[in-house]
Design a protein around this ligand. Structure first.
Ligand SMILES: C=C(NCc1c(COP(=O)(O)O)cnc(C)c1O)C(=O)O
Length: 422
């Protein structure tokens, strides 16, 4: 018989049933209009109930906001909700050392074992406010572990996720400096890249290709944000010294700001923990509670069945990739990255075809010099290739947003293709 939690449950369900026409959502902490949280509408929808479609609105395919998984959690509402007592974990201390709850750590390890995407047995784990917070924590820890009189050189392969460079330049530490594109150092003399820190993103953002370290002797930060069955075949459990994962691309909860690093070397681990101690004294305990609840749902449904998040994720992403390719193939104006087909996936125990998180679009016509400008003129905003230190001929279009966002992307891209159907 419910007692003190009844009020919270009633409030949550009362907000959940606020009608937003399927094109928005009301949240308990949303802006209050007429005494209740208002609908927060998807891009290009407006009105109190998000029922108005703004036809001349620019489609937003820019961000990697992983809302494609929202329908999955709506279907698993009862299992994925959590009530947070007013006295829940008020202390700085937690059950585990270094600001983590041991139950959550245990479930993360079970998750990697169940999916078969990473070896965790011989690794330490550090939680971060998003893997974004861990990116520089690891640069700092690896650079400090080199114990070198000169700054460590941080590099990444083009096209690369911009925060690798942006953070290194912004934090401007004497420990590490941004030294550009990895390929420019491949032929450096043996040993001269020992104090290099190489970001390796596999599958890569923006193009979804699997990547490996290029430099001999460098330390690597292996960002496996997308190494889940939604986006790629799981060919083997990755087993590098430093690996990064994030809930943003696993469960879709980018707003919860939760990621983790798996670290082999104890000195690097201790330095990363020290960074987190001085930076935030760990991640939110409410977030850790919520992650535990979500991961329990995923673990209970593992195995590729109907209720499995990876079945839902792969189906959604695969269908979107097929649709995007159908539109792009209608003319020679645009092209997309080529990804290997029929890859064997140890998770689904079968071969599977590409289902990347992003389209890496290229403007093929000579006159379309600035692809981002071409798309924006057609009412579609993506992320310019220049942000990935690539050229202006490329634009990333996000495939992981809401169904409304994806539908608008397809509509606008179809119109752009039809402008020059050959
Ligand atoms: C949100 C986006 N990227 C998230 C991301 C991150 C950061 O994710 P977090 O939400 O901070 O955990 C880390 N590494 C890679 C390769 C990523 O793509 C984006 O590219 O739009």
């Amino acid at each position: 018989k419910l007692g003190w939690s009844r009020k919270a449950a009633t409030e949550a369900e009362g907000v959940a049933i606020i009608y937003c026409s399927g094109h928005g959502q009301a949240y308990i902490d949303g802006d209050i209009v007429d005494g209740k949280p208002s609908c927060e509408c998807n891009t290009c929808y407006a009105g109190d109930d998000c029922s108005i479609f703004l036809s001349n609105c620019t489609a937003n395919a820019e961000s990697g906001d992983p809302l494609f998984l929202k329908p999955y959690w709506e279907k698993h509402a009862a299992d994925s909700a959590v009530v947070v007592a007013g006295w829940h974990r008020m202390s700085y201390s937690t059950t585990g050392k270094n600001y983590i709850t041991t139950e959550l750590e245990r479930h993360i390890r079970m998750l990697h074992h169940g999916v078969g995407n990473a070896v965790t047995d011989d690794k330490f784990i550090v939680f971060g406010a998003g893997s974004t917070q861990l990116l520089y924590a690891l640069v700092h820890a690896l650079a400090a572990s080199l114990n070198s009189s000169s700054p460590a050189s941080v590099v990444a392969s083009v096209p690369y996720y911009a925060p690798y460079r942006q953070q290194t330049e912004f934090f401007d530490s004497k420990l590490a400096e941004w030294r550009g594109v990895t390929s420019e150092w491949v032929n450096a003399s043996k040993g001269s890249t020992n104090n290099f820190i190489e970001f390796v993103t596999s599958p890569n953002n923006p193009d979804g290709l699997l990547k490996k370290a290029l430099l001999n002797g460098s330390l690597t930060i292996n960002d496996h944000a997308y190494y889940w069955p939604h986006f790629t075949a799981i060919s083997e459990p990755v087993d590098e010294d430093v690996m990064l994962f994030t809930t943003s691309k696993l469960t879709g909860h980018a707003g919860s700001r939760f990621g983790w690093a798996l670290i082999k070397d104890e000195d690097v681990y201790n330095r990363t923990v020290r960074y987190m101690e001085l930076n935030t004294e760990g991640t939110s305990r409410e977030t850790q509670l919520r992650m535990l609840k979500l991961y329990k749902v995923i673990l209970a449904e593992l195995g590729g069945g109907k209720g499995d998040i990876f079945t839902f994720g792969y189906k959604t992403m695969r269908e979107r990739w097929i649709k995007l390719n159908q539109v792009v193939s209608l003319s020679k104006r645009f092209s997309l990255q080529k990804l290997p087909t029929s890859q064997y996936c140890n998770y689904f125990n079968t071969t599977r075809d590409p289902s990347p998180a992003y389209g890496w679009l290229k403007c093929e016509m000579e006159e379309d010099e600035d692809c981002d400008a071409v798309l924006r003129a057609g009412g579609l905003s993506g992320r310019s290739g220049t942000i990935y230190s690539e050229d202006k001929k490329h634009v990333r279009v996000s495939l992981i947003k809401s169904q409304d966002d994806f539908n608008q992307l397809i509509t606008k891209l179809t119109a752009l293709v039809n402008q020059t159907k050959t």
